[in-house]
Design a protein around this ligand. Structure first.
Ligand code: SF4
Length: 364
């Protein structure tokens, strides 16, 4: 895979992301539609360090070169198997080692999942994402998973699954079933990983992403900020994604939702200063946008407690995808009515067309 990929900007008449009056500060201009996978940590740190208004301007200009700035992709996320997970992710209420009160359930019935997908479609969702609290799917789970993917695809919706680590064989099975996306977050910077999760390694995460890519499934991968990490960790997190051989098509940026009974939730309750600052969160979104210009950058968990003004800054900084509905797995979400009102207020409309990376892929 080459270090750079180019594709015509999504919008006719799009301007140079590095042009005009906004060419001060690192990194230097490299062309208006170039997608780089050779970012250095220093370059990314320099973007984080820009004056906020400069950073926002640069991110918005990059965004407009590749995406329709007034469109936001709507996705719905359903937990199809909740709780009892053997992993120990420090932020997660579904870990068996958390004392969060989340009850473990079995994999949902296929018909119930398809019913939920139909409701999401009626509410305007373009993509139906399904999550199971597993370290990895067992082979005995795969027939039901395949049936779910086929059923949701048959409704004309895009499908995304997050099931934990995948073998190459399982990834190929999902591809054959028609799965469009696989979500597998890297969570945080490689050097911060063991402070968040001890039951698997960062390298295992990367291996599954490679298996998903190899199978030809689109990748959704991002992480969480506000877990008590440093700015340097946030630089490392964006760097890890922006230097993958091919950028993820979707990059969810979550703000930690502190859940009582989880190690990170309890830590934040004791040290409220560790909570991510809104401006620093917007900076993270903006740097993700600049370094991964064609990816969809998704505002995910934590949006429920964000003001509309902060969300508007995130959209300005290049976020263009949100989860809708009242729940995000086990956490509260903003809710359809609240989101519809916010989008109307901001003049945003649901995205209908193809994502830029997929459109480029089709054209190549
Ligand atoms: S984030 Fe996923 S893998 Fe980690 S404990 Fe929660 S359900 Fe399990």
């Amino acid at each position: 895979m080459s270090l750079t990929e180019t594709c015509a900007p999504a919008q006719a008449g799009a301007q140079s992301p590095e042009g005009g009056a906004c060419d001060s500060g690192p990194p230097p201009a490299r062309g208006n539609s170039e997608v780089r996978t050779d970012w250095t940590r220093d370059e990314i740190a320099a973007l984080f360090d820009l004056p906020f208004t400069d950073l926002l301007f640069r991110a918005a200009t990059v965004h407009r070169a590749h995406h329709a700035p007034d469109e936001v992709q709507l996705c719905t996320l359903l937990s199809i198997k909740t709780g009892g997970c053997p992993e120990d992710c420090g932020y997660c209420s579904q870990s068996a080692s958390a004392d969060s009160g989340v009850e473990a359930t079995k994999l949902m019935d296929v018909r119930a999942v398809l019913q939920a997908a139909a409701q999401a479609k009626d509410a305007g969702s373009q993509r139906f994402c399904m999550g199971a609290a597993w370290r990895n799917p067992k082979d005995r789970d795969m027939p039901a998973i395949v049936e779910i993917v086929q059923g949701v695809r048959a409704m004309g919706m895009e499908t995304c699954m997050t099931l934990g680590m995948l073998t190459p064989t399982q990834a190929a099975q999902l591809k054959d079933a028609g799965l469009d996306y696989y979500n597998h977050n890297i969570d945080t910077a490689p050097e911060n990983y063991e402070n968040v999760i001890t039951t698997r390694s960062f390298e295992e995460r990367i291996d599954t992403l490679a298996n998903v890519r190899e199978a030809g499934i689109n990748v959704c991968s991002g992480g969480i900020v506000g877990m008590g990490e440093t700015r340097a960790h946030r630089v490392g997190f964006v760097h890890a994604l922006a230097t993958l051989p091919r950028h993820p098509e979707s990059v969810p940026v979550n703000a930690l939702v502190p859940v009582k009974g989880t190690p990170l939730g309890d830590m934040l309750a004791d040290t409220p200063m560790a909570k991510i600052d809104d401006i620093e969160f917007v900076r993270t979104v903006a740097v993700a946008r600049i370094t991964m210009p064609r990816s969809m950058v998704r505002l995910s968990a934590g949006r429920e407690s964000m003001s509309e003004a902060t969300q508007a800054l995130c959209f300005m900084a290049g976020a263009n995808s949100i989860f809708t509905g009242d729940k995000l797995l086990t956490a509260a979400n903003a809710g359809d009515d609240k989101d519809a009102a916010m989008m109307a207020k901001l003049g945003l409309s649901p995205m209908r067309g193809e994502e830029p990376m997929r459109a480029c892929e089709a054209a190549e």
